[in-house]
Design a protein around this ligand. Structure first.
Ligand code: BG6
Ligand code: MG
Length: 219
């Protein structure tokens, strides 16, 4: 039986996926690299340094920077991102998330966060969600980024539940891959065609329904 929900943060609980996009786009433009929303889809759920590498690759500029310079570029993006998230409040929860979390808790299920972001605790705090979750795993404590299952497996382990008893919720292709590799049930938020391996896909968080998810999970 189902014991826990494990959520991704950026793009699921709040719209920070948009802020990551804007900050990367500004950095790319500084470097003379064209970076579109479509390009950004590939970066969702991907770590900061891996995202930078992908953008440099896109612009054919991989060989142009030393490791130290790349660190500085990633730091610059993060500084911009931090200014974009500074005014986040509990009002910035995406539609239906508050209700879904309340349903999960009312049913006595556990609640975890599995984020690829090093800013996860800051954002969760601003949202007033830090103490609502039983556990939070962020990018600071895992070795392998999504699509590797490590962050979801660690979350399940910390919650004391087996992966099969967990439902993961994601907006990134890399994230859904991580959930499935962890042996969990995957709920995806976004365009159906992006998530062939998800167990359930919702176009937006507004459509998330606890009862429907449970029905499909229970088969
Ligand atoms: C993920 C986002 O949650 O975190 C990515 O989907 C982001 O877009 C990654 O690059 C790393 O975030 P941060 O805050 O550590 O730079
Ligand atoms: Mg995400």
């Amino acid at each position: 039986p189902l014991k826990a929900f494990i959520f991704d943060l950026d793009g699921v609980i709040t719209d920070t996926a948009e802020y990551h996009f804007l900050a990367w786009k500004a950095l790319a433009e500084d470097l003379g690299i064209t970076f579109t929303r479509e390009d950004n889809e590939e970066l969702k759920g991907v770590s900061r340094m891996d995202s930078l590498e992908k953008i440099l690759e896109l612009g054919g500029r991989t060989g142009d920077f030393s490791a130290v310079e790349k660190e500085a570029l990633a730091e610059k993006k993060n500084e911009h991102y931090l200014t974009l998230i500074q005014d986040i409040t509990p009002a910035d929860l995406l539609p239906a998330i508050k209700e879904l979390i309340a349903d999960i808790k009312a049913k006595g299920l556990k609640l975890g966060l599995a984020s690829a972001s090093k800013n996860a605790f800051t954002v969760m705090d601003s949202l007033g969600m830090k103490s609502e979750f039983d556990i939070i795993v962020d990018a600071k404590t895992v070795v392998n980024g999504k699509p590797h299952p490590e962050v979801f497996l660690r979350a399940a382990e910390m919650l004391g539940v087996e992966p099969e008893a967990c439902i993961g919720v994601e907006d990134a292709a890399a994230g859904v891959q991580a959930i499935k590799s962890a042996g969990m049930f995957a709920v995806a938020v976004g365009p159906k065609e992006s998530f062939e391996n998800a167990d359930l896909v919702y176009a937006s968080t507004a459509e998330l329904s606890f009862d429907k998810i449970l029905e499909v999970y229970n088969g």
